[in-house]
Design a binder for this molecule. Structure first.
Ligand SMILES: NC(=O)c1ccc[n+]([C@@H]2O[C@H](COP(=O)([O-])OP(=O)(O)OC[C@H]3O[C@@H](n4cnc5c(N)ncnc54)[C@H](O)[C@@H]3O)[C@@H](O)[C@H]2O)c1
Length: 247
């Protein structure tokens, strides 16, 4: 059955939220996980997962920095000799209606959410090609399809990630590398924790399964695409939203 025994996985943005859920599930599936984040919190999160038996380490990496990302990849190669799985989960929001959005808010979201894929993919791809195997999975969003008020910058990046995925999969499939993305719906996170209760209740009413998603729900979605068994699935967006949006 699906497991990640013997696999080396990098998870960006793993210090909290969905990324933490991915790290937990991947460790339970037997992977060696290298968590990347800009937050020092990542060290605690990794320690907690390791305490439950996970084979995990933390590297403080800003995925918008080519130099920091390349150095981190070099260390992973030195320690583990390969990179089987790259999870591009890190992402940010800077919400504001378009009329009021600043150029800085626009550029920051574009840089962290989409330009970083150029950086991380360039860094890991040569190692995957040399090994003849790889899984690259990135975080899109239900809002890439649905749109959302105040999120022109964010929705643009999350739709771009789907286009990047569909194009890259055509280039690297022949090397044993698949490229996919996950589009999470309404998921428990720092962001949702700060929302008023009535907003959360109204959101849940829109979800046919009758509950908000959890980081671990997302971890299992990523696990499926990251598995060896998903080798014939390439270029897709896996919509993990409880049925909230008709795709
Ligand atoms: N939570 C949701 O409801 C939801 C829905 C759809 C899509 N998503 C996407 O899923 C991903 C995770 O979302 P989340 O809710 O867990 O967010 P989060 O803010 O809780 O976690 C994101 C993590 O990424 C890290 N990060 C940000 N910039 C970084 C950088 N430059 N380098 C390295 N790490 C960086 C943050 O420090 C943080 O730990 C994001 O890409 C988000 O857009 C989330």
């Amino acid at each position: 059955m699906t497991n990640l025994e013997g696999q080396v996985a990098i998870v960006s943005g793993g210090a909290r939220g969905i990324g933490e859920g991915i790290c937990e599930v991947f460790c339970e599936a037997g992977a060696t996980v290298i968590m990347w984040d800009v937050l020092e919190l990542g060290e605690n999160t990794a320690t907690n997962i390791a305490a439950k038996g996970g084979n995990i380490s933390f590297q403080k990496v800003d995925i918008t920095s080519k130099e920091a990302t390349e150095n981190a990849v070099a260390k992973v190669m030195e320690a583990h000799g390969k990179i089987d799985i790259m999870i591009n989960n890190a992402g940010i929001i800077r919400d504001r209606s378009f009329g009021k959005m600043t150029e800085e808010e626009w550029n920051t979201v574009i840089n962290v959410n989409i330009n970083s894929l150029f950086v991380t993919t360039k860094a890991v791809l040569p190692h995957m090609r040399a090994a003849g195997y790889g899984r690259i999975i990135s975080a899109s969003s239900v809002n890439a399809m649905a749109g959302a008020f105040g999120q022109t910058n964010y929705c643009a990046t999350k739709a771009a990630i789907q286009g990047f995925t569909r194009a890259l999969c055509k280039e690297v499939g022949r090397f044993g590398i698949t490229v996919n993305c996950v589009a999470p719906g309404f998921i428990e996170s720092e962001m949702t924790a700060s929302m008023p209760e009535e907003v959360i209740k109204a959101g849940i009413k829109m979800i046919p399964v009758g509950r908000i998603g959890t980081p671990r729900d997302m971890g299992y979605a990523y696990l499926f695409l990251a598995s060896k068994e998903a080798g014939f699935i390439n270029g897709i967006t896996l919509h993990a939203n409880g049925g909230a949006y008709p795709i």
